[in-house]
Design a protein around this ligand. Structure first.
Ligand code: SIN
Length: 268
């Protein structure tokens, strides 16, 4: 397997590796690259739905997303679909998948199925780089804070998005600075879609510092941007990066299939 870094901070393209029917050893090598780079891009992958599930299961149990429409006959795979009449898209703001869950998903594995003629990229921001570059003073403050994350934005968010709204009501508390469960790297862990407030602070008191962190932690030096071609697979580690689906292909359809793999409770 060859690894080519996308930037000095985040992301790598992996080549000379095939995910369909791969061995446990290959799946482990891909996971190690993921833990190092936060997001990995694999081109020309011919993955059936069964291959997609089999690859995910090398890494753990599939964490079924309760809001997304599943692929017919494959409840483990979520459809991330945009229809030509939509002006907004699922994931069209900086966020971390499943941060509202007590044990947030480890990885998301996205397979490009139907792409617009142009646009529809995904941006990623390294939350380890963001943590590393904080001042010692703010690091210390944030390391003593936890924040609440809620799935309520699925209930109150954009009604155009085709997600289920009958299943909301989960909120979870996580440290603001987490340690990656496998590598021990420290990362910032708050996001604009799901974080509501710091524990012990009101929503109003939390807002200025959270807004500062959202701007700070998604600045271009921490980011990469991935463009898709047919058969592109992109995998990200939700403990290491945030992501943002760019809504710049209005009037066109886009369909991605996503599997999220279970994670574990996060600790400081
Ligand atoms: C997501 O937020 O998981 C979807 C990303 C994308 O569609 O680019």
């Amino acid at each position: 397997m060859k690894v080519r870094k996308l930037t000095g901070t985040i992301g790598a393209e992996l080549s000379e590796v095939s995910l369909a029917g791969c061995s446990a050893e290959t799946a482990k090598a891909v996971q190690e690259a993921l833990f190092e780079h936060g997001v990995v891009v694999l081109r020309d992958q011919n993955l059936s739905h069964e291959d997609h599930i089999a690859f995910a299961e090398h890494w753990g149990q599939i964490d079924v997303n309760r809001f997304f429409t599943p692929v017919p006959d494959f409840p483990q795979i979520a459809e991330v679909r945009t229809t030509p009449d939509q002006k907004t898209v699922i994931g069209g703001g900086w966020h971390t998948d499943h941060s509202y869950d007590p044990a947030p998903a480890m990885a998301s594995i996205l397979v490009a199925r139907d792409l617009p003629a142009f646009g529809g990229d995904t941006c990623f921001a390294s939350q380890t780089a963001a943590y590393d570059r904080l001042s010692p003073g703010l690091k210390e403050t944030l390391e003593n804070l936890s924040a609440w994350h809620s799935d309520g934005s699925f209930a109150t968010g954009d009604p155009e998005l085709k997600v289920r709204r009958d299943n909301t009501g989960v909120a979870s508390l996580h440290p603001v600075v987490i340690r990656h469960p496998q590598t021990g790297q420290k990362a910032l862990y708050v996001n604009g879609d799901f974080t509501t407030h710091f524990d012990g602070w009101s929503v109003d008191e939390s807002a200025p510092l959270l807004q500062y962190l959202y701007r700070y932690c998604t600045q271009p030096a921490f980011c990469c941007r991935v463009s898709y071609a047919p058969c592109t697979v992109v995998i990200w580690d939700n403990r290491l990066v945030q992501h943002y689906a760019v809504a710049d292909y209005q009037g066109q359809a886009r369909l991605m299939n996503r599997i999220t793999v279970e994670g574990q409770p996060l600790t400081a």
